[in-house]
Design a protein around this ligand. Sequence first.
Ligand code: ATP
Ligand code: MG
Length: 253
Amino acid sequence: MEIIAVANQKGGVGKTTTAVNLAASIHAKRKKVLMIDLDPQGNATTGTGLEKLALEYTLADVFIDDIPINETIVRSPAGFDVIGANRELAGTDISIMTMTNSHALLKTAMESVSGYDYVIIDCAPSLNLLTVNALVATQGVIIPMQCEYYALEGLADLSQTIERLSELNPDLYIRGVVRTLYDGRNTLTRDVSAELEAHFGELMYKTIIPRNIRLAEAPAHGMPVLAFEKNSKGAKAYRKLATEVVKQSRSAQ
Ligand code: ATP
Ligand code: MG
């Protein structure tokens, strides 16, 4: 079982879109997928067709009230399993702060989860204790990056966090960086993309996610883009990314 966190403390760079559509595209390859929403905004939850306010449990119940994690797993209308989030998760990072092993609550809980090929975690746009929990529970991190002027800003923070966390999680590594919201007509986009390539080298996924209106529309219909419009550029791109991600698993064996 591979646990992958989708993280970047910058907001609006396509983390949730990537988590949902990567989960859906890997699921379409007949792999067993669990998506975990660790963002109180609950957008990833909604994106799979679940009603976030109707969730019985979120990870807050696991961390604070000792609800067994397996009871929080629901089958989403998108077809794969989800641990959903909603505003009940807001403040959980503060509530757990004084607990022993507060950074490893998710890792510990995940020890009783089995039967999945991939677990994809959508993180909030911050490096709060919930995100730290994701980074301690995972092996690889996928970093979505929008190719704009401020893309590289904050990158140092994220790299530093990953470095610091390697003490708590020696298995932590950057699995890959994916360019999102890409508009190749824009010179600045191309320049930043080249800069990212120079900085990350082999860590860059070859697949680039284009700016595609279908990707933005799909969540309003509670569907991954694969279900919403499978022949759109966005759907094709995420299918390609899923192939790259799954191939990484094979070449690591
Ligand atoms: P946050 O930091 O708030 O969690 P995020 O990093 O998860 O944001 P998303 O929610 O995935 O980012 O995307 C931000 C917005 O951009 C959303 O409205 C989403 O629908 C839209 N979006 C994301 N990727 C694309 C894309 N490739 N093409 C068009 N729109 C996109
Ligand atoms: Mg998000």
